[in-house]
Design a protein around this ligand. Structure first.
Ligand SMILES: Cc1cc2nc3c(=O)[nH]c(=O)nc-3n(C[C@H](O)[C@H](O)[C@H](O)COP(=O)(O)OP(=O)(O)OC[C@H]3O[C@@H](n4cnc5c(N)ncnc54)[C@H](O)[C@@H]3O)c2cc1C
Ligand code: FES
Length: 281
């Protein structure tokens, strides 16, 4: 078994090198792991000793030095325990898994729209394209200013070329609206004719972004989240109706054509027993 295969089947123990408190709820953890080459949009299965193994997008990639980051929103047992870990403590990493974003595309005018911790999945793609793209905009959406992920970094990297837009539910920063509402405004009023959108965030937001893309004939890649156990196509827990496509293997990134066929997209997800859980609209 080569090094890459091993990392698919068994968690590689890694030491936490650094942790950064991004917001009250979100913490970034840095670690080093050699012999893997994740691409933006892929995810790891992260083993939290004694608790669970959970999927986490890679939020920063340096394949030369083998240094990676994940950004975790503390919402349940595993994520809270992960956020509570300190530099020097051990976690386990399997992967990378999933298909990743297609960044080498013909479209020139592109937009990233992330809601809450969904921005973690988009960040490595933004890091790549910010160096090469002139016509790129980023929409960062959160409930309040304090919950805007990577806000300080984006202000520094993106604001110079006026490419950074913000929406908050309570109006504490940027436009007082939901992320997809700001996006619609930008599509309808901006001179920048968006040709491609990358999105990750609450599924109801992504559904609205998808509908806007259909209406205005814009290409889209959206990163979906479903309950996962194996992370690499074996258990079937993350299959989406009615296609049976596996979020862990065929996704997590889905294009417009595929999203259009997924009846459950924006309507319901499933718990660990497979029971349908409708999204609250
Ligand atoms: C491909 C992928 C990438 C992800 N990337 C990130 C990331 O970068 N940062 C981040 O903070 N979170 C990410 N998640 C979500 C993260 O995996 C879940 O929040 C985590 O598994 C919850 O575990 P827990 O034990 O803390 O909470 P639990 O007690 O297990 O669950 C708390 C709540 O989260 C929901 N939940 C549980 N597992 C998932 C899941 N796999 N997907 C969506 N909702 C879930 C439950 O329904 C429940 O409402 C990602 C999920 C997927 C599928
Ligand atoms: S998580 Fe097991 S098949 Fe996707």
């Amino acid at each position: 078994m080569d090094a890459q295969q091993k990392v698919f089947t068994k968690p590689a123990p890694v030491k936490i090198l650094e942790k950064t408190k991004e917001t009250a709820r979100i913490t970034t953890i840095k670690f080093s792991l050699h012999g893997i080459s994740p691409v933006p949009g892929q995810f790891f299965m992260v083993w939290v000793p004694g608790i669970d193994e959970i999927p986490m997008s890679v939020s920063s990639i340096d394949n030369t030095s083998g240094i990676y980051e994940i950004s975790i929103a503390a919402i349940g047992d595993a994520t809270k325990a992960l956020c509570g870990k300190q530099p020097g403590e051990l976690i386990g990493i399997r992967g990378p898994f999933g298909n990743g974003f297609k960044l080498d595309t013909p479209e020139k005018k592109i937009c990233f729209i992330g809601g809450g911790v969904g921005m973690a999945c988009l960040k490595p793609a933004i890091d790549v394209l910010v160096k090469s793209r002139k016509d790129m905009i980023v929409v960062n959406a959160a409930r309040t200013e304090n919950e805007l992920l990577y806000h300080t970094r984006f202000k520094k990297d993106l604001v110079i070329s006026k490419t950074y837009f913000i929406s908050t539910d309570d109006g504490s920063c940027g436009e007082k609206c939901f992320g997809h509402e700001l996006l619609l405004k930008l599509i309808e009023t901006s001179k920048l004719k968006i040709e491609k959108i990358y999105t990750c965030g609450p599924e109801l937001m992504m559904k609205q972004v998808f509908l806007a893309c259909k209406k205005f004939k814009i290409n889209i890649e959206a990163s979906l989240e479903r309950m996962m156990r194996c992370g690499n196509g074996l258990c079937g827990l993350c299959a989406v109706d009615p296609t049976g496509l596996l979020v862990c293997k065929d996704g997590p990134i889905f294009t417009l054509d595929r999203l259009d066929k997924l009846n459950e997209f924006g309507n319901y997800t499933r718990d660990f027993s497979g029971k349908k859980l409708p999204f609250k609209k």
